[in-house]
Design a protein around this ligand. Structure first.
Ligand code: G3P
Ligand code: CA
Length: 269
């Protein structure tokens, strides 16, 4: 959608597949990414990173494997081989019987390497450093992995690889290691509800955009953020009425579990 604009052009609205097509398939599996990329036509695959005991970056939202696999325990205490033995799909069938599929059973947790092996330069990535304080070296490993796949900041399209975090320290670390990647400061609802011009000034020294909870956005704070030229990508906007409201406020994209719905809203405008 909107291919005529650069991904970082604030006049383009981007559709970010939150944890892949996670409304329809088990989040952060290759199946969920493929569905969002090929079928739902999202602009970005969103990837949350965690790091294994042996220093491998994997795509998973939580710090523990409990919710999204058949295992238990912290990612940081498990090797990649241990994580690869887990079933990352069956939980989805139990939690979402209306979208359950036999083929989801036994899906594996992907590594960041595997995601880049599959899509290379043929996808856009919106990558979050999760719990960076738990994983020393996570930013270095991320940049090394990108580089190993020909995805360094000087070799990708502007905005093809976005790096996002709730942790300002993590974003600053990425910036110190590689100036080139566009950074997005994530923010919980209460923080964006009480955002000040001074706080936005500081964010603008390192980030191209803000990724707040959509629950904290109003017409007023949206205008204040957008006036400065910051990109604004609220999470996680799943209902059409909220998608329409966010577009009406003037956001420049959304994170959604239902990229098809957001494309429908965009096409109906
Ligand atoms: O990264 C944007 C959004 O995904 C932040 O919330 O908890 O879903 O990673 P979370
Ligand atoms: Ca995320």
């Amino acid at each position: 959608a909107h291919a005529k604009h650069d991904l970082l052009d604030p006049n383009r609205v981007v559709n970010i597949a939150h944890r892949g097509a996670s409304g329809y398939a088990p989040e952060h599996t290759m199946t969920a990414y493929q569905l969002s990329h090929k079928k739902l036509k999202a602009d970005y695959i969103e990837i949350d990173l965690q790091m294994t005991k042996d220093g491998q970056l994997i795509a998973m939202h939580d710090e523990t494997v409990d919710r999204t696999t058949n295992g238990t325990g912290a990612v940081k205490d498990k090797t990649l081989a241990e994580i690869k033995r887990l079933d990352a799909g069956s939980w989805f069938n139990t939690a979402n019987p209306e979208y359950a599929k036999a083929e989801y059973k036994g899906l594996q947790v992907p590594t960041l390497d595997e995601i880049f092996d599959k899509y290379g330069k043929h996808a856009n990535y919106y990558i979050e450093t999760k719990s960076p304080e738990v994983y020393p070296g996570m930013e270095e490993k991320l940049l090394k992995t990108l580089k190993g796949h020909g995805l360094s900041s000087d070799r990708v399209k502007p905005g093809q690889v976005m790096i996002q975090s709730f942790s300002q320290a993590s974003l600053l670390k990425v910036k110190a290691l590689d100036e080139g990647f566009p950074l997005v400061q994530l923010m919980e609802a209460p923080t964006v509800q009480s955002i000040t011009p001074e706080a936005l000034d500081e964010i603008q020294t390192y980030a191209v955009g803000l990724g707040p909870s959509f629950k904290g956005l109003t017409r007023e704070n949206t205008a204040m953020i957008r006036e400065r030229g910051l990109l604004l990508h609220p999470y996680t906007v799943n209902e059409k009425v909220d998608m329409e409201r966010m577009l009406d406020y003037g956001v420049t994209g959304v994170f959604t579990n239902y990229a098809d719905r957001f494309n429908e809203v965009l096409h109906d405008m």
